[in-house]
Design a protein around this ligand. Sequence first.
Ligand code: FE2
Length: 344
Amino acid sequence: MLNNEHRSARILIIDDQTANTLLLEGILEEEDYQDYRSITDSRQALPVFLEYQPDLILLDLQMPHLNGFDVMHQLRPRIPSDTFFPILVLTADINPETKRQALAEGATDFVTKPFDATEVILRIRNLLQTRALHRQLQNQNQLLDEKVRQRTAELEETQIEILQRLALAAEYRDDDTGEHTQRVGQMSAQIAKALQLPEADVELIWRAAPLHDVGKIAIPDAILLKPGKLTPEEFHQMKTHTTLGAKMLSRGSFPLLQLAEEIALTHHEHWNGNGYLGLAGESIPIAGRIVAVADVFDALTHERPYKKAWSQDDAIAEIHRQNGGQFDPRIVEAFLNVRATTST
Ligand SMILES: [Fe+2]
């Protein structure tokens, strides 16, 4: 029995002998195939193939103008390599060399002339069934791919969300709006983009930079919220927020967490080596150098328990002043470009 899918399959017959095409059409008709087309001029094979989009071709080998090999040769580039497209070759010539050549050109199976109707129908049915199964498999694979993509995206979203909340938890300690970390993330990403870092890195920096101060969770309120100047001991303790943060984020198994750890550890390093750990120049990871500028600019332009907010111009002047000292000149240049484009 034929199922509907087979019955509606499109079958293209290419044979220069009308007697043969009529015979094959009769066999198809007998078996309830409803969609078939015949051509006797093989030069029409390509345009008809493109327009009709058949599921199966019944192809004669010996034809004037273009023989069966030429037709297969012409069609081959039009058949996607990941599909199963059956070509059933009809031939009176059954010598092994002809078969080998036909297989090499893309033939799937052979039927020898004169036709035996049962044999022709069996071959057609098998080929269409194989094509249908192949398609099903492909659809399932696509569905699976889509599911995996969705799950991966969900997982990434979850990671990002958890990290954002962690950054917020740290920030609520000294900024009840919780916006500083997000602004530092955005500005760091803009600087990274201006530096023409790869898009994936820009995205990672955007997501990881808000965690730069996560270590402040472990700094006592008396120090974190002190309105006045810190004593040397207090400042020493405050400085440990970099190593504490890095420790909290350490041994991360995904790139976002690994970058967050690097930023937490190095965002207070100075280009000239006078930062917390004494790293200098390019031995400071680029993400740390970027966040250093974004963090200072944002801290200067917003109010803190111990200071008023600076004007944008004053803050930019300060970044300039620290160019080559606290900050990497390349990063400062990128930062100034970002400011120039965002303020126009
Ligand atoms: Fe910090």
